[in-house]
Design a protein around this ligand. Structure first.
Ligand code: GLC
Ligand code: MG
Length: 425
């Protein structure tokens, strides 16, 4: 919440399954495109919020499976749990709001009378969420009967059907939309209401997100029938909500462009890095661009040329030091030699690189300190390091980029490479 000292330029509030994350894309390309766009142009002044139906347990599993960024705020269990930052500090105020008019025991008692309802896994039963599976053809009937039962028991329960199979019961004041409204209210009280908010979703539990005043919204192309139907009945004439023609994260990028919310060309969509220089040149962009080069170089998706290596050398000081995560110090010469040897070594293999949580600070005139996590997937192995980099922007010519003064990497806990030599830089 306190990471930015002024209003976020853009706050993206996105669902995960089948919205940010495409489970039908084993290469995760649209997610990686989004990641590069976010870290290059948005991380420093914008907020990323993930809003998922998953419990903390299943959310953490997804993070291990997919190359996801770390959000600033995580909303889980269909808007019933809000946490902040990397360490996921819970919002106790939200818990108090939800405790009002909620009696979990009555909900479980009433639902147990419906044989059509099949209880979901134990991990998905949360203090303010009771979840079942129900067949599509039974859903409407069951929902109607249940809500009548709850009214009779004096309980205000929100019943949400998602993905053509999941039935969630929450306090009436909960849900993804209410959680976002609560965040907006908090930001407003601090004078930091985001300049723009973009909400992104694909299924029933996302519908509420589109009802929050002032927000832009995107239903990804692969949105579920129940969301499209809700839209047709409730938000058809709202020009601030679009149904993208692109799937998942590609649909989010499409919406950023459609609503003119900021840069919408991912560095991953630019092959020749010299024509990708934006007007407001960001050091974060340089980091993204460099590691994208590394990926393409090792996958041999670009032609081999000594010119690239000479260019890199020209962008460093002769005395620059690069500390490899194994602790070994490398000169720029060592680094370029390692790069030369690694050309094409991942050709035709599963190999992707992405950076997360790039923070940039101008610590002196023309000197920038950057810190970020750098991740690689290589075959079945996923490894990561925390990196700090010193960049100089003296004599900056945007087509060349910043000068690399120093880089220091350290393996992230439990995420070191098995073979240190396979981590080039
Ligand atoms: C996620 C949750 C599940 C919930 C569904 C729809 O899949 O794990 O409990 O029912 O989202 O909100
Ligand atoms: Mg979804």
């Amino acid at each position: 919440m306190d990471r930015l000292n002024k209003s976020a330029r853009l706050m993206i509030v996105s669902d995960l399954d089948h919205t940010m994350v495409d489970h039908h894309d084993p290469e995760n390309l649209s997610l990686l495109r989004f990641n590069a766009l976010w870290e290059a142009y948005y991380r420093h002044d914008s907020l990323l919020v993930f809003s998922t139906g998953r419990s903390p347990t299943l959310y953490k599993e997804l993070r291990k499976e997919k190359p996801m960024l770390t959000p600033d705020i995580t909303i889980m269990s269909v808007g019933t749990e809000i946490t902040y930052g990397t360490s996921m500090v819970p919002d106790e105020g939200w818990v108090e709001v939800l405790n009002k008019k909620w009696d979990r025991n009555i909900v479980t008692e009433e639902t147990s009378k419906f044989p059509e309802l099949k209880l979901q896994a134990e991990t998905e039963q949360r203090p303010h969420k009771v979840s079942f599976y129900v067949q599509k053809d039974k859903a409407q009937e069951v929902m109607k009967e249940l809500s009548e039962k709850f009214v009779k028991r004096g309980l205000d329960v929100k019943i949400i059907y998602s993905g053509g199979m999941d039935l969630d019961m929450l306090p009436q004041g909960a849900g993804k939309g209410q959680a976002l409204a609560y965040l907006h209210k908090k930001f407003k009280a601090e004078g930091k209401l985001p300049q723009n908010t973009l909400v992104c979703g694909d299924s029933g539990n996302d519908a509420e997100l589109f009802t929050i005043p002032e927000v832009h919204g995107v239903m990804v192309s692969n949105a579920q029938e129940e969301l499209l139907q809700w839209h047709a009945e409730n938000a058809k004439n709202n020009p601030k909500v679009i149904h993208a023609t692109e799937r998942c994260a590609a649909g989010i990028i499409q919406a950023i462009g459609h609503f003119n919310l900021g840069p919408s060309k991912s560095p991953r969509d630019v092959m020749d890095s010299s024509d990708s220089v934006p007007e407001n040149f960001e050091p974060g962009h340089d980091i993204v661009r460099f590691f994208l080069f590394l990926e393409r170089w090792r996958r041999a998706e670009m032609e081999y040329s000594e010119l690239y290596l000479a260019g890199l050398k020209a962008l460093s000081f002769p005395s620059s030091v690069f500390v490899h995560p194994s602790g070994i110090e490398q000169s720029i010469l060592d680094c370029t030699n390692a790069l030369r040897r690694s050309y094409g070594d991942k050709q035709g293999k599963q190999y992707r690189v992405w950076v997360d949580q790039v923070t940039t600070t101008e610590i002196g005139s023309n000197i920038w300190l950057l810190k970020f996590n750098k991740w690689e997937i290589s075959g079945d192995e996923r490894r990561g390091c925390v990196a700090t980099v010193l960049l100089s922007s003296e004599d900056l010519s945007p087509s060349e980029g910043f000068t690399w003064v120093h880089m220091h990497q350290t393996w992230l806990d439990g995420a070191g490479a098995k073979d240190h030599t396979d981590w080039v830089c």
